[in-house]
Ligand binder design. Structure first.
Ligand code: SF4
Length: 96
């Protein structure tokens, strides 16, 4: 069965360069650093990036212990990203 990319239904990390109107505007983020389900694409910059007509998705996810993770890909359908300490995390992460 062909894979469909999980979409980011919202992101609370408004200081990220790719965040406009609490939506992610880069085509594909990478999630997980082995310690937590962090958004590895979170970027602080002087000006906004991404494309306003793009809604972000999950390109790859290293959180193999998440129930939505299959072969290091996200199968959740939709995820939400929010603040965790001083970075951005996938809040849909659910430990197996
Ligand atoms: S829901 Fe799970 S598999 Fe999907 S991006 Fe978040 S941590 Fe990765």
């Amino acid at each position: 069965m062909p894979m469909t990319m999980s979409k980011i239904d919202g992101c609370d990390v408004i200081d990220c360069a790719y965040n406009m109107d609490r939506q992610c505007h880069t085509p594909a983020i990478t999630v997980g650093d082995g310690k937590c389900a962090m958004c590895d694409t979170y970027t602080k910059a002087d000006r906004k990036g991404g494309a306003s007509d793009v809604i972000g998705g999950v390109g790859a996810c290293r959180e193999s212990d998440c129930i939505h993770n299959l072969a290091l890909e996200c199968n959740a359908g939709n995820i939400h990203v929010g603040f965790h300490q001083n970075h951005a995390d996938c809040e849909t992460y659910t430990r197996r």
